[in-house]
Design a protein around this ligand. Structure first.
Ligand code: NDP
Length: 317
């Protein structure tokens, strides 16, 4: 990996902010379009995939691969075709005039004709010590990624929003039983999703409960200790997996005021495309997508953003 120090007021055709699946794929495509992109890798180069272990749903690999390995390869691929990677944190983006201005934590400033935002999102965790201790050994924040490892086993999903209900329904087709643990007595999820959930025979709901502790041993998670939010006694449930689905935080604070964000902080992009509210600024991956959240969809959107940026640059000439 090469760290190209950001020169003061360096000007670029394309700056890609974020070095996860979306940003690196945008880097591969813009580099191959001869745009000599700069990719800004912030605090977690490689994104969420670097905190994943086994990956068996990224197409092209017949055997299970490791998330961090995939991202190292993706970055090397981007660099091999000419993308430059800078390790610095973007603290603000000024889109009020062109070229756009990117300011870094180090104090450096760069300008660019076009920007691709691909800073991703982070899953929210409950914040328990036992949850962190079993992360990757029974604790996950992505049913689509890890559900298959719990085939015919008993699992729990924590949360009451659309994600939690969707994950519970997904897991119910794979696992023996699913317990949805929700801290209130009504779900936040859309009614149609709730109806589907309550009809599913192998899903039960633990209402008014929160996780007090993840219980386990060297084999991984063996159960959950559930506290009551309405003053009832604690209870233990036996499960092998806990899927935390209490929301995500998109990494978009630095872009507030620069592009339109929704109430939850996600970047608003045109339907089916990557154009943001600012002409010449594009967005891809989990910082804009709260529905699919997969490495392959992020990579796909990164490709779309690169093609959109390339076309847009062509139109400006
Ligand atoms: P939400 O913010 O909608 O829901 C989070 C859930 O987690 C809530 O039920 C909340 O409880 C619970 N929760 C939050 N913090 C804690 C905690 N510390 N302990 C226990 N429970 C907690 O997040 P989602 O990820 O579900 O959805 C995010 C957005 O994405 C929403 O706009 C949603 O509609 C959208 N989405 C749409 C989908 C679709 O259309 N197919 C699929 C997935 C998401 P409480 O209810 O008590 O606040």
């Amino acid at each position: 990996m090469t760290d190209h120090a950001a020169d003061a007021n360096q000007h670029e055709h394309v700056i890609i902010i974020g070095a996860g699946a979306a940003g690196l794929t945008a880097g591969i495509y813009t580099a191959r379009a001869n745009l000599s992109p700069v990719i800004i890798a912030g605090l977690q180069p490689g994104g969420q995939m670097t905190i994943t272990t086994d990956v068996e749903n990224y197409p092209g690999f017949a055997q299970v691969i490791q998330g961090p390995w995939l991202m190292t390869e993706m970055q090397a691929q981007a660099e091999n075709v000419g993308a430059r990677v800078i390790y610095d944190l973007v603290t603000s983006l000024d889109t009020s005039e062109r070229p756009f201005t990117v300011t870094f934590d180090s104090g450096k400033v760069m300008t660019a004709d076009t920007i691709i935002l691909a800073t991703g999102a982070q899953a929210r965790w409950l914040g328990l010590e036992s949850e962190a201790a079993f992360n990757g050994r029974g604790v996950s924040a992505c049913a689509t990624c890890d559900g298959f490892f719990y085939k015919e086993r008993d699992v729990a999903v924590i949360g009451g929003g659309n994600t939690a209900v969707e994950e519970a329904l997904y897991l119910a087709n794979i696992c023996r039983s699913v317990t949805l643990v929700h801290r209130r007595d009504t779900l936040r999820a859309e009614q149609i999703m709730q109806d589907r959930l309550l009809k599913k025979e192998n899903i039960t709901v633990e209402w008014n409960r929160s996780v007090a502790e993840v219980i386990g041993d060297e084999s991984g998670v063996t159960g959950l200790r559930l506290a009551s939010t309405i003053g009832e006694a604690e209870k233990d449930i036996p499960v092998h997996g806990m899927f935390v689905a209490i929301g995500h935080d998109p990494a978009t604070k630095a872009f507030s005021g620069a592009v339109a964000l929704d109430d939850e902080g996600y970047i608003i992009a045109e339907a089916g495309g990557t154009r943001t509210s600012v002409d010449g600024v594009f967005a891809a991956g989990d910082c804009v997508d709260k529905i699919y959240r997969q490495a392959v969809t992020a990579a796909g959107m990164g490709c779309m953003a690169a093609l959109d940026a390339e076309r847009w640059l062509g139109e400006q000439e």
